[in-house]
Write a protein that binds this ligand. Structure first.
Ligand code: PDD
Length: 289
């Protein structure tokens, strides 16, 4: 495939794409973004991602510079031109380019960029590498529902996880309340009930989280959008994360302690199978991936 970028309607090679030095998303992190998985050349749950993009932009008073219909058309066109079969599409909206000033600029036009890159997902349960996670204080702001490009606390926490040989850091707020991962939502099976932090300002309302909850609703298991604490997390019989890039990822160890002897556990195992079925129904006309 070709890695192509789209800059407000102009398509070029990703390696040649540039943004102005005074772009506010570069200077201030003054922008919002989305990451959309592509399966079989189709953007998965595109409408839900675009709705969240609109909510994020509205929350920080950025006007999206193109109509949603034009953005949808451009996404399909970019995927087609890139010949991307399985990958992801990254999109970012910046408040625009203006002389550096903390004050929001008047009359500056916002800008939008997108690009496509290859990313394959595991094709079978055997290919899934259960994750090692650490726990880490959630030092982010209180508007985590906005998918803002300000990701420094997430980046640092991810680095701390990597230093310990782990792939994800699970955030907790003072008092030990578990919120989410640096780039994932977190689920745990506690006393036979699947729990995940409720939608609030403390988490990003993940699209994969939403799909997982819809699937859980069709399964013979109780679930509840109720926060849990570190002790409950560490004593859970199953833990997994959800995200666009890593789908449903079972967690094997937290801070070096095994979650359970069976990874993925039975609930996570069934959820992964049903998630893949959903991908096949949505992007492969029900056929096999
Ligand atoms: N991250 N929580 C946070 C903080 C995230 O950044 C993400 C996504 C999620 C999961 O959301 P979704 O299921 O819609 O991908 C939860 C993206 C993939 C990223 O920053 O790369």
């Amino acid at each position: 495939m070709k890695c192509l970028a789209w800059l407000d309607g102009t398509v070029c090679n990703l390696s040649e794409a540039t943004v102005p030095l005074e772009d506010r998303s570069y200077l201030f992190g003054d922008g919002v973004y989305e990451v959309i998985k592509i399966y079989n050349k189709k953007p998965f749950f595109l409408k839900s991602h675009l709705k969240r993009l609109q909510n994020s932009a509205e929350a920080i008073e950025i006007k999206i510079p193109h109509s949603i219909e034009d953005i949808e058309r451009s996404i399909f066109d970019l995927i087609e031109k890139s010949a991307c079969v399985e990958g992801y599409l990254y999109m970012q909206i910046s408040r625009g380019s203006a002389k550096r000033d903390h004050l929001l600029p008047q009359g500056t036009k916002s800008s939008m960029v997108m690009y496509v890159r290859e990313l394959s997902s595991p094709g079978s349960l055997e290919e899934i590498q259960p994750a090692d996670c650490i726990t880490y204080p959630d030092e982010r702001w209180f508007n985590c529902y906005i998918k803002s490009v300000n990701l420094l606390p997430n980046v640092i926490a991810r680095h701390k996880a990597d230093e310990k040989g782990a792939v994800e850091a699970i955030f907790y707020r003072p008092g030990g309340i578990v919120t989410e991962g640096t780039r994932t939502n977190v689920f745990a099976v506690i006393d036979g009930i699947v729990r995940t932090h409720p939608e609030s300002r403390l988490i990003l309302s993940g699209i994969t989280r939403m799909i997982a909850l819809e699937i859980l609703d069709t399964m013979d298991i109780k679930f509840s959008e109720e926060a849990f604490n570190l002790e409950e997390l560490k004593n859970a019989s199953e833990v997994w994360t959800t995200s666009t890039g890593m789908e449903i990822l079972p967690v094997a160890r937290i801070d070096g302690q095994p979650v359970s002897d069976q990874v993925p556990g039975p609930v996570c195992h069934e959820l992964i199978k049903r998630f893949w079925r959903k991908v096949e129904e949505t992007c492969y006309d029900g056929g096999k991936r």
